[in-house]
Write a protein that binds this ligand. Structure first.
Ligand code: ATP
Ligand code: MG
Length: 271
């Protein structure tokens, strides 16, 4: 049976995203725990649009690597809320902050799951466009799931270009800034792979790749670094397999970048 807002009680705040608040909630009758993302229309129409889009996309997805949608609520006031599968360990970003950097075998496990998710999404013509540590959720079984589809896009035609400035700029790929130079027949899917590469890089070294530790990110420095410098190199400590995997993710030319399906066969994931 469908869950209504009256059936659930708020337990605590899990976090704030842009424009919305995520609560840990309990279904009164079954005691099942969920996450409820609430956006108030009055405070922020853009976030409302994003949460609707997220709902729209999650409704079309059914994968163990994508966070599950359990309900959608809309008040007459225009406030919207979506009920999501609860991921009890939070995001990869909080795990990094609390537990420190990830080992290669942990990263291989993360990469395998996110790539399974991306390969599922891409096969269904969905581009996430905001892959980063704070949008990858983890539970106590160390399952990693893709979340936060607020700026994602469903491709209508396969070669529909989708080069709009959405998502978090830091994780944006070179062809999103400069499609003529790095794009070829840029279709958008490869941008998710670039962002995954930077995400794994950050989880390994502990800070965002194009910046040195503690450096404050600013848009111009980042854009120059992403477009004009070589892709970042992993430290010497990284294995050959990991180095090679990273190179396949961080090819500046989007046509040369490996697809999710190709990366799933990479030797790095065998460990
Ligand atoms: P942004 O994407 O703007 O950087 P964000 O990812 O933090 O922000 P949200 O996606 O709205 O924004 O989520 C806010 C926080 O709520 C997340 O960082 C996470 O800690 C928590 N959260 C979101 N969804 C869930 C979930 N399904 N289970 C557990 N915690 C969640
Ligand atoms: Mg997010």
């Amino acid at each position: 049976a469908d869950i209504t807002l009256n059936d659930i009680e708020k337990l605590e705040v899990l976090g704030h995203g842009n424009g919305g608040t995520v609560y840990k909630v309990r279904h009164k009758r079954t005691s099942a725990i969920y996450a409820l993302k609430v956006v108030h229309n009055s405070s922020d129409p853009i976030s409302c649009r994003q949460v609707r889009r997220e709902m729209d996309i999650l409704r079309r997805t059914d994968s163990p690597y994508v966070v599950k949608l359990h309900g959608f609520f809309e008040k007459p006031s225009g406030d919207v809320a979506i009920l999501l599968e609860y991921m009890d360990l939070g995001t990869l970003d909080t795990l990094l902050k609390n537990n420190g950097t990830f080992s290669e075998s942990q990263l291989a496990a993360v990469a395998r799951q996110v790539l399974n998710g991306l390969s599922y999404l891409h096969a269904n013509k969905i581009i996430h466009r905001d892959i980063k540590p704070s949008n990858l959720l983890v539970n106590r079984d160390m399952e990693v799931k893709i979340s936060d589809f607020g700026v994602s896009k469903v491709m209508c035609r396969t070669l529909d270009a989708c080069n709009s400035y959405v998502g978090t700029c830091a994780y944006m790929s070179p062809e999103r800034f400069d499609p003529d130079r790095y794009g070829g027949n840029y279709d958008g899917y490869a941008a998710d792979i670039w962002s995954l590469g930077l995400t794994l890089f950050e989880l390994y070294v502990g800070h965002f790749p194009f910046l040195s530790e503690g450096q404050r990110p600013d848009w111009a420095t980042l854009m120059c670094a992403i477009c004009f410098s070589d892709p970042p190199n992993l430290p010497e400590s990284a294995s050959d397999e990991f180095q090679s995997f990273m190179e396949c993710c961080l090819k500046k030319e989007s046509n040369e970048r490996w697809t999710a399906a190709q990366l799933l066969t990479h030797p790095f994931l065998r460990q």
